[in-house]
Design a protein around this ligand. Structure first.
Ligand SMILES: C[S@@+](CC[C@H](N)C(=O)[O-])C[C@H]1O[C@@H](n2cnc3c(N)ncnc32)[C@H](O)[C@@H]1O
Length: 371
């Protein structure tokens, strides 16, 4: 199942015309270094696709003859940040010429939004100047929000090098497909105690995690406290399990408790009554799964959801992902995995207890950029 399907269904109430030309390739953006793992997943899920170009952060796949995926196609490739229909590349020496070539390739009419992003997020590219020129060429307002609305036809420009762009398009649906290049568009606020705050924020937005006010969460590996801080902001009562120190800004909060020990030193009965188990320990994925399994299979412990970071000592360790996800299923949970754009070399697994109907009426503690 695609992570996108976990989010509330988008509403497409506007009249819609499919883009023409369609494009014979998929272009998939991924974290630099994860290309081989992306392709491994593609071979499992979409074996009829043929690998085309391969550059750090981008892989293209030729679509088989007769296969025209839906406009909002976003297969569950785990490492895919963005999935777009590629129309090809344009090369020119100036932005004006590149814009003219890109709009000649894609057509300038009928786009609802324009996403511009560099193939390598570390590249120094004046994305906003390029986007501005493309918005103008497409007769779109200069202040069009960078986050697309659900249902938008988005013209995509992937900056390969300053004089060479890939041009393509996609239809925005899931939260990541609404963010340029699938990159979470929220900067880390200055008052947050660690980047883990942003990772959990992105996970909540990506999977639509229905954290509820007054619920109880326990985080294994909770120091220095960024994700506990995010959980506290969502109105939860939070226990952080970690032998390391928790930042005073989190430790001092009345709804926070620090169990200053390793996960395996916590008595199993103390894990009873938690609605959520979050895990962000800097240990091998196999050890994380052991620690989580000890908790969620203990008598009387039945959280409604697990949010787990699996740190990958090497990208290739993701080869074991199907087995790891089967472990979650064996515990009675329905897992979804995704590489978060704010995360490092790691995967986020969100697993809901199987058989639980998703609540649509309970107050949700999610915050969605662009909503
Ligand atoms: C990446 S940091 C966690 C960041 C944290 N989630 C935050 O929001 O700031 C990893 C943490 O895992 C903790 N850790 C590693 N092994 C652990 C274990 N067996 N039990 C509890 N914590 C553990 C480390 O002490 C370290 O503080």
């Amino acid at each position: 199942m695609s992570p996108a399907s976990a989010a509330p269904p988008p509403t497409y109430e506007r009249p819609y015309t499919s883009p023409r030309p369609r494009g014979g390739f998929l272009l998939v953006a991924c974290p630099g270094g994860a290309e081989e793992e992306l392709c491994r997943r593609q071979r499992e899920l979409l074996p009829a696709l043929q690998r085309g170009a391969w550059r750090r952060g981008v892989v293209t796949f030729r679509l088989p003859a007769g296969f025209d995926p839906p406009d909002d196609f976003f297969p569950d490739l785990v490492f895919a940040r963005a999935v777009i229909r590629s129309l090809g590349q344009v090369t020119a020496a100036t932005t004006a010429k590149l814009v003219a070539a890109a709009t000649a390739l894609a057509g300038a009419a009928d786009w609802d939004n324009v996403h511009v992003f560099p193939r390598d997020p570390r590249a120094e590219t004046d994305v906003s100047a390029i986007r501005h020129a493309l918005l103008e060429a497409c007769a779109l307002p200069a202040d069009a929000p960078a986050i697309a609305a659900p249902g938008d036809r988005v013209l995509d420009c992937v900056i390969d090098t300053p004089d060479r762009w890939w041009v393509g398009w996609h239809r925005a649906t899931s939260p990541p497909s609404r963010w340029p290049g699938g990159m979470y568009p929220v900067p880390l606020p200055a008052d947050k105690v660690s980047r883990a705050w942003l990772k959990l924020d992105e996970a909540i937005a990506t999977f639509g995690i229905p954290l509820g006010h007054g619920e109880r969460a326990c985080e294994l590996g909770g120091a220095p406290g960024g994700s506990c801080q995010r959980l506290l902001e969502a109105g939860l009562h939070v226990v952080g399990v970690d032998p390391a120190l928790v930042d005073e800004r989190v430790a001092a909060q009345s709804r926070f408790t620090h169990w200053r020990k390793r996960s395996r030193d916590v008595k199993l009965r103390d894990f009873r009554g938690f609605d959520w188990i979050v895990s962000d320990m800097n240990i091998d994925p196999v050890s994380t799964l052991e620690a989580l399994g000890r908790v969620v299979t203990a008598p009387g412990v039945r959280p409604k959801g697990i949010v787990a970071t699996l740190k990958l000592p090497a990208w290739s360790r993701a080869e074991a992902l199907p087995a790891w996800l089967a472990t979650f299923r064996g515990w009675g949970y329905a897992p979804q995995a995704r590489h978060l754009s704010t995360g490092g070399r790691e995967l986020c697994v969100y697993a809901e207890r199987a058989g639980r109907p998703r609540s649509t009426t309970r107050r949700r503690a999610t915050r969605r950029p662009g909503r």
